[in-house]
Design a binder for this molecule. Structure first.
Ligand code: PQ2
Ligand code: NAD
Length: 212
């Protein structure tokens, strides 16, 4: 069983070895997360050239060598050669995170299918059993999270900051935060205007104060 996490890789060096369609997909998501991406490959696909045109990423036009991994936080072994991918993995230090796109069992992490919009991220993995199914599950889940849902999540972020500021005791905070996350509150918040939303938060804080 793998351990699911949300990694902060902003400003960290990410080395993608290979320049084919799989490398492109991984490079794109690393860029979105703010990593400093370096692509190592003698050849790159057109879609990778397009990424190079619009983003601050480096392309080292060469075959992989262990020195390419210096200072890398994350490594993606995405060549079409099993031997090379294995060599990349063996060349990494134990503290570097390595994803081998051809071998989930030997990877220190695998990449889930995901949907990200503002504060909401939904990720699905089948532990490599069926990446195509992970992708389909995400496409189906995506339907549930329309613009009103995303703005509700953004509102919850503001509410959380307000509740932490206003309420010093942890059980009161927990009570309010659970109420904000309830489906009843979600329905009200999604239908409300910004001014009405502020009023909804005020009511929750008022109810808590009355209980004191
Ligand atoms: C989710 C997604 C994220 C991403 O890559 O960004 C992702 N693969 C995606 C798509 C996809 N990959 C493949 C197909 C063809 C259909 C099929 O095989 O099902 C499709 C579907 C398509 O392309 O439509 C083929 C494939 N994938 C792997 C192998 C090697 C092997 O199994 O050994 C082979 C066989 C190669 C061969 O045939 O030899 C391995 C992995 N792929 C993973 C992730 C990790 C496990 C995720 C999980 O736990 O579910 C893991 C283990 C490692 C990793 O890459 O991290 C991304 C969807 C992005 C999106 O939503 O658009
Ligand atoms: N994880 C996934 O989601 C997934 C999906 C499909 C396929 N795969 C696996 O990923 C592999 C790559 O798929 P692809 O479609 O991107 O392949 P591809 O053939 O399009 O690209 C391979 C890339 O690796 C580069 N390369 C080869 N040897 C190299 C070396 N020694 N050093 C640096 N770069 C080197 C090539 O220049 C090329 O850019 C497949 O062979 C398959 O095993 C994984």
């Amino acid at each position: 069983m793998l351990y699911p996490v949300m990694l902060n890789i902003a400003g960290k060096k990410a080395v993608v070895v290979g320049g084919g369609s799989v490398a492109v997909r991984k490079a794109r998501s690393l860029i979105e997360a703010g990593a400093l991406v370096e692509v190592i490959s003698p050849e790159i696909a057109e879609a990778m050239e397009e990424l190079l045109d619009v983003h601050e990423i480096k392309w080292r036009k060469k075959e992989f060598a262990p020195a390419d991994l210096t200072d890398a936080f994350i490594v993606i072994a995405a060549t079409n050669s099993q031997e090379t991918n294995e060599f990349i993995q063996r060349s990494a230090s134990s503290y570097q995170l390595v994803n081998r796109v051809d071998d989930p069992k030997e990877s220190s992490f695998i990449v889930p299918a995901s949907f990200k919009k503002d504060k909401l991220c939904v990720a699905v993995s089948t532990h490599g059993a069926s990446p195509a199914l992970s992708k389909r599950i995400i496409q189906e889940l995506k339907e549930q999270f329309d613009a009103s849902y995303i703005s509700y999540v953004t509102f919850l972020d503001e509410c959380r900051a307000a509740v932490k500021r206003l309420c010093p005791d942890s059980s009161g905070r927990k009570m309010m935060l659970k109420r904000l996350a309830s489906s009843a509150f979600e329905e009200k918040a999604k239908a409300a205007s910004p001014a009405e939303r502020d009023q909804l938060l005020t009511e929750i804080v008022r109810d808590w104060r009355e209980m004191q």
